[in-house]
Design a protein around this ligand. Structure first.
Ligand SMILES: *[C@@H]1O[C@H](CO)[C@@H](O)[C@H](O)[C@H]1NC(C)=O
Ligand SMILES: *[C@@H]1O[C@H](CO)[C@@H](O)[C@H](O)[C@H]1NC(C)=O
Ligand SMILES: *[C@@H]1O[C@H](CO)[C@@H](O)[C@H](O)[C@H]1NC(C)=O
Ligand SMILES: *[C@@H]1O[C@H](CO)[C@@H](O)[C@H](O)[C@H]1NC(C)=O
Ligand SMILES: *[C@@H]1O[C@H](CO)[C@@H](O)[C@H](O)[C@H]1NC(C)=O
Length: 455
């Protein structure tokens, strides 16, 4: 493989005594650089470009040769500089407060474009939208171009951190593509924040803190980063993403380092690659919800041998957890609720694992219980026939908020149909229709009565 492709890939390398690979560490660097006492005019985006954050041919064609910044600006301490260097050279990603993992390269390249659009520097090639070019279009075009005809992965996978309270090591959950989930997240955030900056040049530290929140998540609820899929979908649709991937392939076709990649690709095939790249990306990252894998919420292993489901299934059973009774609104709170339920189901109920197939937080995320492939323990007598989806909270008196309802109704279920896991004519029922229980609570039950497939 071509060396500059590899650079984007290796997300996992050993940690040391450096600051945690958490978004907070990046925000602290930005604050230090923006401090009135710092005596520097360099932004984190300049540093990112200097450290290799835009080293691919397409990105350089848009943003030009990186600035030369050989040593740490005095505002950053040596550990911060070393962390930033590592993050932009090789191991690329940090944990954000909402539990998502974000690659810094595309995030900061998008921010660089936003700053230049707001009047701070040149953009070289006008045949592409620079914001899409440096964040997602090149990565996506290159991934689908190099994978064409083969069976290599084009998108994903996700991964997990060694310790979410002190993240140092990030491990991918499968064979890497050129657009692992962390790169997709970083690219979507880069587009969103770059777009925001271009229209309204505010301080970067404030922009990042408002968007990601800090620490283990905000008390007030979901940070805007948990809406990245929806918000990116607005900027990237309809047809925009495909157009930008195609425009980037045309740029790559004339650049010396990438010319040969496109030598035997005709104009029609180029269009087909762009279309497929945009469609697959949109299905996976815009139309489907993010599902937090077990290793991210700290699941214990399954006890014994799980039984496989025979897909596609015909039904979905909606539950509320009742206890915990309060909806969780941050990654830390939802992950804690997941661990508590799994302990209760395994230790008190004597089940093999947490009962639900999927669990829904009010933080914008679906949490993986037993997942798509294994029989759960949620709806006695029907566990092999349908998925059990449990909303965290007691929804007797009031339903979940509108976004949390939409997460299942408009995203998880249609996405499962597209992936061949649910039949197109699936049925939706409340747990109470299948046994003696009030679950999923009067209020949530009234809500699901209006859903497509409710019988
Ligand atoms: C990260 O992983 C490497 C190799 O897997 C290991 O040697 C190192 O101790 C880990 N670092 C931390 C901080 O856990
Ligand atoms: C910042 O620059 C000013 C003027 O160049 C200088 O007087 C001051 O000591 C510098 N401050 C620091 C913290 O380096
Ligand atoms: C998250 O919370 C735990 C426990 O309260 C704390 O030890 C940890 O430092 C926090 N993590 C971050 C990134 O703030
Ligand atoms: C911009 O990219 C186009 C290919 O779409 C190429 O023909 C043109 O020469 C490039 N312009 C610059 C200034 O690099
Ligand atoms: C759903 O469609 C399948 C064929 O795709 C059919 O076998 C099944 O009976 C249908 N189920 C319902 C509830 O209509």
């Amino acid at each position: 493989m071509i060396p500059w492709l590899l650079a984007a890939l290796s997300l996992c390398t050993p940690g040391t005594g450096l600051p945690p690979r958490h978004m907070d560490s990046i925000i602290r660097m930005v604050e230090a650089l923006e401090s009135p006492h710092a005596n520097v005019t360099v932004t984190i985006a300049d540093l990112a470009l200097a450290l290799g954050g835009c080293s691919t041919p397409g990105c350089r064609a848009v943003l030009g040769e990186p600035p030369h910044i050989p040593t740490a600006p005095p505002a950053l301490n040596p550990d911060q500089w070393q962390l930033l260097t590592r993050l932009l050279h090789r191991d690329g990603a940090v944990l954000a407060p909402d539990g998502s993992t974000v690659a810094l390269g595309p995030l900061l390249a998008g921010i660089a474009v936003g700053l230049r659009r707001a009047g701070e520097g040149p953009i070289l090639n006008a045949s592409v939208d620079p914001l899409f070019a440096v964040t997602i279009a090149e990565a996506l075009g290159t991934s689908f171009l190099t994978a064409r005809g083969g069976d290599g992965a084009t998108l994903g996978p996700g991964g997990c951190w060694d310790d979410v309270d002190d993240p140092q090591n990030y491990t991918l959950l499968g064979p890497p593509s050129l657009v692992p989930d962390a790169v997709a997240n970083g690219a979507m955030d880069g587009v969103l924040l770059g777009n925001r900056l271009a229209g309204d040049p505010i301080r970067l530290a404030k922009l990042l803190r408002d968007y990601y929140g800090t620490g283990n998540g905000t008390k007030e609820g979901r940070p805007p980063s948990s809406y990245r899929r929806r918000d990116f979908g607005v900027l990237a649709g309809p047809g925009k993403l495909e157009e930008e991937v195609l425009a980037m392939l045309r740029v790559l076709r004339v650049l010396p380092p990438t010319r040969e990649l496109l030598e035997d690709v005709g104009a029609e095939e180029e269009v087909a690659i762009a279309r497929r790249a945009a469609r697959d990306f949109t299905e996976r990252y815009v139309e489907c919800p993010a599902i937090v894998p077990r290793c991210m919420w700290g699941a214990r292993p399954y006890r014994g041998t799980p039984k496989p489901l025979s897909l596609p299934l015909g039904s979905v059973y909606i539950h509320h957890t009742f206890s915990p009774g309060a909806p969780c609104r941050s990654f830390a709170a939802c992950a804690r609720a997941m661990r508590a339920m799994q302990r209760f189901h395994q230790d008190t109920r004597g089940w093999d694992d947490i009962g639900y197939s999927f669990v829904v937080g009010s933080d914008g995320y679906v949490y993986q219980g037993r997942g798509w492939h294994w029989v759960g323990a949620h709806t006695k007598g029907y566990n092999s026939r349908g998925y059990g989806v449990g909303y965290i909270g007691d929804f007797s008196a009031a339903p979940p908020d509108a976004d949390t309802i939409a997460l299942v109704r408009d995203e998880l279920l249609p996405c499962a149909v597209r992936a061949g896991r649910l039949r197109h004519n699936y049925t939706v029922r409340g747990h109470r229709q299948m046994g003696h229980t009030d679950c999923p609570g009067e209020s949530l039950f009234r809500e699901i009565e209006t859903w497509r497939g409710f019988v």
